[in-house]
Structures are given as C-alpha cells and as structure tokens.
Ligand binder design. Sequence first.
Ligand SMILES: Nc1ncnc2c1ncn2[C@@H]1O[C@H](COP(=O)(O)OP(=O)(O)OP(=O)(O)O)[C@@H](O)[C@H]1O
Length: 265
Amino acid sequence: MTTSLAPQTDLDPMRTPAAAAAHRIASGTAAPDDSGGAPALSVRDLVLEYPDGERGVLRALDEVSLDLHAGTFTALVGPSGSGKSSLLAVAAGLVPPTSGTVTVAGRELTGLSRTERTGLRGREIGVIFQQPNLIPSLTAAEQLELSVHLDRDATRADRKAARDRAMALLERVDLADQAGKRPHQLSGGQRQRVNIVRALMASPALLLVDEPTSALDRERSAAVVDLLGALTRDEGTATLMVTHDHEFLAATDRTLNMVDGRLTD
Ligand SMILES: Nc1ncnc2c1ncn2[C@@H]1O[C@H](COP(=O)(O)OP(=O)(O)OP(=O)(O)O)[C@@H](O)[C@H]1O
C-alpha cells in the first residue's frame, strides 16, 4: 500500500461522536437499511492523479462511480497498485480527488470546508487499518472513549453515553472482560476487535476497512471478516473492505474488482 490513511484523531467541533451515536440509537436511525434508500456512500466519475516525474501524471483512479447502501458489506479486490487504497483515502475525505464527487451520508465532501469535512469524518466515517493503531497507554475502553475525553465541549451526559456505548460494543465483540487491559495485554485478534469497535463508536454511516486480516492467521482472519459482516448488519453501516484474500469474499454481499484505477464489477 502506498497511499497512507491517517489515524482518525480529528474531533468533531459541533457534536461528539458519542452524542451522535446516542442520538442515532435513540432515534432508531442506526437500524440496517439495504432497501435502496439514499446511499451511505456515492462516488461519481472520480479521478485521482498523482504527479509522476517526467511522465506527467499517474492516474490512480479513473472515472470511478459506485454507490454503497446502509447495512451492506462490500469487498474491494484487485492487483497491487490498482488503486484500492487510493479509493479508500478519497472516500474517507483524506485525499482530495482531481475531479468527480464523493457524497457521504448525503453531504458532498469536496463542497465542505476543512472543518466541516473533519466534523463529517468524526460522525459518519469509520476507518480500520491493516494494523491496529491503538494507543499503548490506554485501556481498551479508553481507546473507544478517547474522542469524547478530548472534546472540551463534551458534557457529563456525553461522557456517560460514550462509556455505555464503549461497554456495549466491547461486549458485542466478547471483550467486556478485557475492557481494562492495555494493548500489550491483548492478543492480536483481540487488538483488531478493539480497533474495529473503536471505528464504530460514532455509529458511522460508512466504514472503510483496509486489509484488516493482514496481521492475523487464517482462523482469526475468518473470524474478523465474519465479525465485520455481522457488525455491518447490526449497526447499519455501509462497509467497504479492501482484501487480497478471495477466500473471504463469500462473507460479503458484493465484490468490486479494481484494475488500473477502474472498477470492473
Ligand atoms: N502518494 C502517492 N504519490 C504518487 N503515487 C501514488 C501515491 N499513492 C499511490 N500512488 C500510486 O497510485 C497507484 C495506486 O496505488 P494504491 O496504493 O491505491 O494501490 P493499491 O491497489 O491499494 O495497492 P496495494 O494492493 O499494493 O496496497 C499506484 O501506482 C501507486 O504507486
């Protein structure tokens, strides 16, 4: 992977993820919906070009269009260098496209200011990396609650909602009894499960996952992919997972193939 996806440390200046999650759960909008409503992610005619020395430009994404709906689990496969990570980075709002549009939860990313884009990312986009990038000094529960703790505007009710949401998510992935442990006290599979539910804290509309199984053995990899599928349905996210492992495609609802920056469904 050449494109780097920065860790999600940006804070939502308007609303804490915990408050947003509590609101969505209370209002029932976290329910799965693959019925063809407005897409969680809509990409149109996306082009991404990088400067490429004497050759001019390298076109990493070439007229890519796709829609992802709530509650659906989509795999993105393709040869090395075909543009998979570039698509994730642009969909996450971390890299601006050369042209084309990316709309997440009804908001077009390129039309937003930097602050608005950061806010939207905090609320609506979860990103999971190849290696769990957990903070060594924090417990599993604290990793999940970090953004609300860093938010000076968070109320006591927000903090309580974040604690409750964190415990519910840790319980959902069978880690309630590990909530007080730091990353070095957890196994690789447990760390990846903490990483996954941390990305779900704000009940994002869109979950972008970059090769989540690359550091795991076969059995644990299958468990992580199954878990991502189950959480996609439970939480109602639209999940896009880059994978090299065709063995896990059966666990997804749909597979997209990328070749030379183009999607060949
Ligand atoms: N920051 C960058 N600057 C210049 N070229 C880049 C940059 N990031 C990626 N590229 C190029 O864009 C193309 C697509 O790269 P990308 O990382 O998206 O592919 P990928 O399908 O994710 O590959 P892999 O499976 O190996 O991770 C490649 O030719 C790559 O060399």
